[in-house]
Design a protein around this ligand. Sequence first.
Ligand code: CP3
Length: 386
Amino acid sequence: MSDVEANIDHSLNYDTSSFPPLKNDLYLRTARGEKTERAPVWCMRQAGRYLPEFRSIRVEHDFFNVCRTPALATEVTIQPLRRYAGLLDAAIIFSDILVIPQAMGLEVQMVPGKGPHFPEPLKGPKDMQRLTDKKAEFSVDKELDYVYKAITNTRHALGGQVPLLGFVGAPWTLMAYMIEGGGSKTFAQAKTWLFRHHQAAHELLSRIADVAAEFLVGQIRAGAQAAQVFESWAGELGPHDFAEFSLPYLARIAERVKGQYPDVPLTVFAKGAHYALELLATDTAYDVISLDWTIDPSAARSRIDAAVASKQTQRRSPVVLQGNLDPTLLFGNAQTLRERTEAMCQAFGPSLHIANLGHGMMPGHDPEQLRVFLEAVHKASSALCK
Ligand SMILES: Cc1c2[nH]c(c1CCC(=O)O)Cc1[nH]c(c(CCC(=O)O)c1C)Cc1[nH]c(c(CCC(=O)O)c1C)Cc1[nH]c(c(C)c1CCC(=O)O)C2
């Protein structure tokens, strides 16, 4: 048994009636639009294969087994918090966006070195009959209870160090996986649905959105203190198609969740959807908009502020931005990484910013480079906020 394996805490706590008091609420205060002493920082995919302690768990456990076993999901969620003690301001529950297609009845395998693989993707609209979400006995909460248990247990195990984030995949991204059967260069199959099987596409998007909204509500009930919606393939759609096939479903998820939990901060990450910043700010209820690295933060800020000022919105607080350092800067030397992190913090300005990468950590990253990034954010942002 490896040292990592020997350290796993197998005592489980599923009590949602009380959790340890939160000691670091910087993320939550910033996400709610308050002025803070510095920008909070966390990283997408902060738990993952770049960490030797994660790889050590994966030697013995299949990826989806880790997701389905609360003691393992908790351990892996906490690994980066342990390694970067005092440097991270949020934890994100270890799971995957593809647990929704699984819950809806599709098989998904994680093929090492290749990524997700659906042995039987949806070939055409008739295949929607194979999905289980319309069956009388279907229950989101029952299917995905293992994620709720992982969240509740992790909230206890975190001991209030930092808030715990939940997440879901957005409908267009999940639909694309369910039809393509994995990653894709052209998205030809999924886009065929959009433009040939128009009505079926909307039905599928709508069904995924309903499951995603209910799942997010369940995650919050289980203990998630904020949540993020990943529309990782937004950039495959142009502005016209984003407005038709992505935005309404992103908006529906936020509206449903806010209807039940108005004070829980929600983030949307529509990767590659430059053109959609204004619409995301004015036509959805997300508190935080996460930017990839291809958008200049100060330009994003002024576009969003102008859009919000010119349109009546229901917003109770200003839009917060998250991001957006190019993750490949972690392959550069430490000095360049520090300089670019400082420039990023300056471009976002002293408030309404949650520091992050513009996408996730990669398997080839050196964990020490993430420490350089985290320390650089602390230093640059504290100086800016003085
Ligand atoms: C598109 C997407 C997926 N999954 C996710 C997204 C949206 C974010 C993004 O745009 O990257 C979301 C996700 N996946 C994972 C997390 C965990 C929490 C965290 O961010 O630390 C989160 C938030 C773990 C994971 N999800 C996956 C891994 C690596 C798999 C392994 O251990 O073998 C991890 C740590 C597998 C996965 N899952 C997915 C892919 C494409 C892959 C393979 C990618 C790769 O090879 O790096 C689908």
